[in-house]
Design a protein around this ligand. Structure first.
Ligand SMILES: [Ca+2]
Ligand SMILES: [Ca+2]
Ligand SMILES: [Ca+2]
Ligand SMILES: [Ca+2]
Length: 411
């Protein structure tokens, strides 16, 4: 299976297999088709008028009629009763058809990664027909941790989707109000300064928009999730120690979310990261902290999407940290173009690199409060971190219950 196919599966097929909600139906009415040519009067004569009233012809040529009944009778039950009439070819519910969802954001048409005429895209509108993100089957808000350089929290196309730590009740007052070990962590954590003030950063703002720009709001761009919460963690440092603090914050918040029954912490389902050490092997014994962090986050139900190197070499044989790491909870991502090829300036590897996602000339939110285009594996990865969140929104009650019992899915 090609990596693009795997990604399409992530965004669409898997969503279909998870989606279990029955389609909505119009109460008190059904469609029927008669086997022989009929009229309204003849059609009505086939039914007890107190039970089923033939309202009108829908398709004369095919003898398809609309039948009405008491709304106290379930549509399923009514359809079963109608099917018992031998004069009918079939009976069915009057299902509610929803429009194929495309957002009204003006830059949507320039965001080739979601949808384009030649179909070298991720089929986002098809996924959005199933869910546009937000909450899981249990009603819990879904959160993605953006581990990056920071973010313009006030960006008009992001602000409503920025995660708020409501347990840090008094906000910025120099006090750790929720006692989670982090003073004033209102929207995430700044691992550089070890405080709750998130710096502004163009890269992190762009990545945040791809995961979850406020979408279908008539403004700027659309994100993978139209509704999600973006936990901003500034930690994309050259120092592994700073990166570790950032991941540690995410791990703490998800652990607290479980132990407090959702009263504190955050329901983080994925992290997005684009930093690393080129030409290094995770298996060397020199980089143990990476696998330990991805495994620990995985055990509490977090998948981590990580960008591979922005250089054209084979990661299998030449190495990259973290994308050569073996943690099953780390998804390594390379960069594809609008013609569905690998960008010529990014890493590859049949064993180490899990998939490719659009990362070339990607339009998203920028730190000047506007939008702009960037290229790199950094732009690919948020499509994957975002897709994980979208899958949580699409997943069934059964998946939700399983996830609550076994967030590491190792059972
Ligand atoms: Ca498409
Ligand atoms: Ca706190
Ligand atoms: Ca505080
Ligand atoms: Ca928008």
């Amino acid at each position: 299976m090609s990596r693009r196919l795997i990604f399409l599966c992530l965004l669409t097929a898997c969503l279909y297999s998870f989606a279990q909600a029955a389609p909505a139906v119009v109460p008190g009415q059904a469609l029927v088709r008669f086997a022989e040519p009929t009229s309204l009067a003849k059609a009505q004569a086939e039914f007890n008028a107190n039970e089923f009233r033939v309202e009108k012809v829908l398709v004369k040529k095919l003898d398809i009629y609309l039948v009405k009944f008491d709304e106290k009778l379930s549509v399923d039950m009514a359809v079963e009763m109608l099917k018992g009439n031998p004069k009918l070819l079939w009976a069915q519910a009057d299902h509610i058809a929803s429009p194929r969802l495309t957002p009204n954001d003006p830059s949507f048409s320039t965001q080739w990664d979601w949808n384009q005429a030649n179909d070298r895209d991720v089929d986002a509108p098809e996924a959005w027909d199933i869910t546009t993100g937000g909450t899981n089957a249990g009603g819990d808000q879904i959160v993605v941790a953006i581990v990056d350089g920071g973010c313009l929290l006030t960006h008009a196309d992001l602000a409503a989707n920025i995660w708020q730590n409501t347990a840090e009740v008094n906000g910025v007052n120099g006090v750790d109000d929720d006692g989670n070990g982090y003073v004033d962590d209102k929207n995430g954590w700044d691992a550089f300064a070890n405080d709750g003030t998130i710096p502004t950063d163009n890269h992190g703002t762009h990545v945040s928009g791809t995961v979850g720009a406020v979408s279908n709001n008539g403004s700027m761009v659309a994100g993978t999730n139209w509704n999600v919460r973006l936990m901003e963690v500034a930690a994309s440092s050259s120092q592994t120690s700073v990166i570790s603090i950032g991941y540690g914050y995410v791990l703490d918040q998800k652990t607290l979310w479980w132990t407090s029954g959702g009263a504190q912490g955050a329901n983080v389902v994925s992290t997005n990261s684009s930093f690393g050490v080129d030409l290094a092997f995770c298996t060397s014994g020199t980089y143990p902290v990476w696998n330990d962090l991805y495994n620990a986050m995985g055990e509490v139900g977090i998948l981590s999407a990580c960008a591979t190197a922005n250089a054209n070499y084979n990661v299998d044989t030449q190495g990259d940290v973290p994308t050569s790491c073996s943690s099953p909870y780390m998804v390594s991502v390379t960069n594809t173009t609008s013609s569905d090829g690998k960008n010529s300036s990014c890493g590859y590897g049949a064993t180490t690199i899990d998939l490719g996602a659009p990362g070339t000339s990607i339009i998203s939110t920028t730190s000047n409060g506007s939008t702009g285009s960037l290229t790199g594996t950094s732009m690919s990865t948020p499509h994957v971190a975002g897709a994980v969140a979208l899958m949580h929104a699409a997943a069934s009650v059964g998946f939700y219950n399983y996830y609550n019992l076994y967030p590491d899915s190792e059972h």
